[in-house]
Ligand binder design. Sequence first.
Ligand code: GDP
Length: 442
Amino acid sequence: MVFESLADKLQNTFKTLRGKGKLTEADVKAAMREVKLALLEADVNFKIVKDFIQKVTDRAIGQEVMSSLTPGQQVIKIVNEELTTLMGTTRSKLTFSSSPISVYMMVGLQGSGKTTTCGKLGNYLKKQGKKPLLVACDIYRPAAIKQLQVVGDSLAIPVFTMGEISPIEITKAAITHAQRYGNDVVILDTAGRLHIDEMLMNELVDIKKAARPTEILLVVDAMTGQDAVNVAESFNAQLGIDGLIMTKLDGDTRGGAALSVRAVTGKPIKFAGVGEKLSELEEFHPDRMASRILGMGDVLTLIEKAQSTFDEDEARKLEKKMKKGSFDFEDFLSQLQQMKKMGPIGDLLGMIPGLGNQKALKDIQVDEKDFVRLEAIIQSMTLKERRDPNIINGSRKKRIAAGSGTSVQEVNKLLKQFEQTKKMMKQFAGMDKRMKRGGMRM
Ligand code: GDP
């Protein structure tokens, strides 16, 4: 998988930071040396790496550490944010023309995956309800026209061909054809070469004039690393491109191209090819890619969520109450509500690194409805009952059950569970004290 070794290296670097309560400037610098090596090994452009390390170091050293994060987590957060920025911050969507037909001109070197990607894009747009037309403009590579026809047939997308006449004529005729037959998307499969040459560029410029494309999309092969970035620079300088589609991100690539290309060319990656099948095209999300590179599930989201939902003062008050055994239904309710704010329990578990992909997790069924019922029961209690559950007798139970749309059995179950939890909390609190007295720490 792409970025595998980069992810491994970064994780090792962060492991040494994670345990630290306080980070010194030397800690940050040492970690950044490792990050720098990891990025260079992943074939990220040297200048980009230098800028990146500088930015992260400045922010990590200069910034005050948030009280709810450890300094190590803080560095991870900054690295993640800067990686996301490097790839363009937010997802760049495909634009559509305001006229009835959107024309996408696909360009790229031979072997980059251009023809396959024309099919993939057609398929993606067809699924959105568009009526695409694929157009064979590569008249030089002998099998190119046939290849596009095969791709189109397998997707039930029409393919426009005119054999080996001028690609400019083909383009014009294809757009007329699309107007007549109601195709609202035209995808031009242009010719590629092994290397960029003047003849190819001139032809592409002429096609661009004839087609007036909504977007010119450059297809580059992630496996070619920095060459892909150079190709992107040339195409952008000579033809002007609107975005990139990076193919073969499923392969064993080091990923450097995906990280550098945006910063070098200023053009976004719009899609990623992640396999040979025609369905294997993904929208490119910089933030998701960054957390994939860091190999930490969505631990960052978790950190942020925890930060925004848990009030530290509240947490301390609660801890005191637990220890004294005065934890009541009011506290229980506010706990439930805080947990709900953090989102579905299943999602939260999935965000914990190392847990996310464990098979066992798939078997855990957390029923959100249980939470709703518990909340309803507690809300049907009076304030007095919540503060002192002992007063809840038979008739009160009946009233609570009716009020919450549950049964007396369910109310009983909650009361019993609550008592047991309270007992356990008291025991833990006692244990904690005894251990501290004995010189041990929990
Ligand atoms: P073109 O010469 O640029 O038109 O390239 P093709 O569309 O013929 O693709 C070249 C090769 O790359 C073919 O074997 C494709 O199956 C393969 N290919 C294209 N995109 C991807 C991708 O995203 N992942 C993988 N693994 N292979 C791809």
